[in-house]
Design a protein around this ligand. Structure first.
Ligand code: TIH
Ligand code: FE2
Length: 316
């Protein structure tokens, strides 16, 4: 009798892979991965700072209570949060021309020209959301921390970018061990304003819908090595396309130098490469261009779909 129960449970759990079919289904994305929390990890720059921890919990709870259809929250950031933003923004600006790709430079310049991004204070998320919707149909929604890969990728399928609301700790304005608002705004939003980056991200997201846990791992690795830590070649020089590099002063220089290893972007290789999530990457992948990365992903996607169909058929 027990066996019957166990086996029917197993079948049910395999068949019960979450399949969001409407953008409002993303309200169910509450699966936060606890890593680098300032309450638990002595290596977190905010460890032991009670007022930082309280503020962060307050911002995360705003995010967790947000529902599809609500406006992006209009948060009044504290003077010290605006100060951290300013330091980080001005420092990154020094490396922009020499270290970031052409698409990034073009879009962030446009965002500055229309007054969306200034040094003085953290930009309005409502205004950035409006800008992205007009440029590529990408929209923002707030999240209360690092989401599970399945939730995060599913959101990309709907051109939704899940954005944290808290900022990095003021003691370390130039690097953060986890995503924070400065990373989201300075690293991601100018890239999601690019049509090919938007397409690439959505495609990875679409492949994740109904995928097995193993496939989710492949897709999040691809996302990691291009959208977070990818490089491309421009006029014989290495330039960052990845948001995790663009928003981190030290790693940006490290990635483009000849200290780490560099390999050509190839989804079949990249998707199975182990990555480092607590320190600088020892290896970066270099795309010929964002369009070339897109073409390669499309070929990979054909095989990937077949694999997915086999998985489903095996279950029936
Ligand atoms: N290291 C990035 C920064 O300092 O902006 C943040 C991260 C992005 C992805 C993982 S950690
Ligand atoms: Fe990110």
């Amino acid at each position: 009798k027990d066996n019957t129960i166990t086996s029917s449970k197993n079948v049910a759990s395999e068949e019960n892979i979450w399949i969001p079919t409407h953008v409002s289904d993303l309200d169910k994305c509450g699966h936060v991965v606890v890593k680098y929390e300032p309450t638990e990890d002595p290596k977190h720059p905010g460890f032991g700072d009670e007022s930082y921890i309280t503020r962060r919990a307050e911002l995360n709870s705003i995010a967790n209570n947000w529902k599809f259809g609500d406006q992006m929250p209009d948060i009044e950031y504290l003077p010290e949060e605006n100060e951290t933003w300013k330091i980080s923004y001005l420092k990154l600006k020094e490396l922009r021309e020499s270290h970031t790709c052409e698409q990034y430079q073009r879009n962030i310049k446009q965002m500055e020209d229309i007054g969306l991004i200034t040094a003085e204070k953290i930009p309005s998320l409502q205004a950035i959301d409006k800008y992205l919707r007009a440029k590529t149909g990408f929209q923002l929604r707030p999240c209360g921390g690092l989401l599970s890969a399945r939730d995060f990728l599913a959101s990309l399928a709907f051109r939704v970018f899940q954005t944290t609301l808290y900022t990095r700790h003021h003691s370390k304005p130039n690097h953060c061990p986890e995503p924070d608002l400065i990373h989201e705004i300075l690293g991601h939003t100018p890239m999601f304003a690019d049509p090919i980056v938007a397409e690439f991200s959505q495609e990875v997201g679409l492949l994740s819908i109904g995928a097995s846990d193993e496939q989710i791992e492949l897709l999040s690795t691809l996302y990691w090595f291009i959208i977070e830590f990818g490089l491309c070649e421009e006029d014989g020089k290495l330039k960052a396309i990845g948001a995790g590099l663009i928003s981190a002063f030290g790693e940006l220089q490290h990635a483009c130098s000849d200290v780490p290893a560099h390999a050509p972007f190839d989804p079949y290789v990249t998707a199975v490469q182990k990555y480092e999530d607590s320190d600088y990457q020892p290896l970066y992948f270099v795309a010929k261009s964002m369009s070339d990365a897109m073409t390669k992903l499309r070929k990979y996607a054909l095989d990937f779909d077949r694999q997915l169909i086999n998985n489903i058929q095996n279950k029936i």
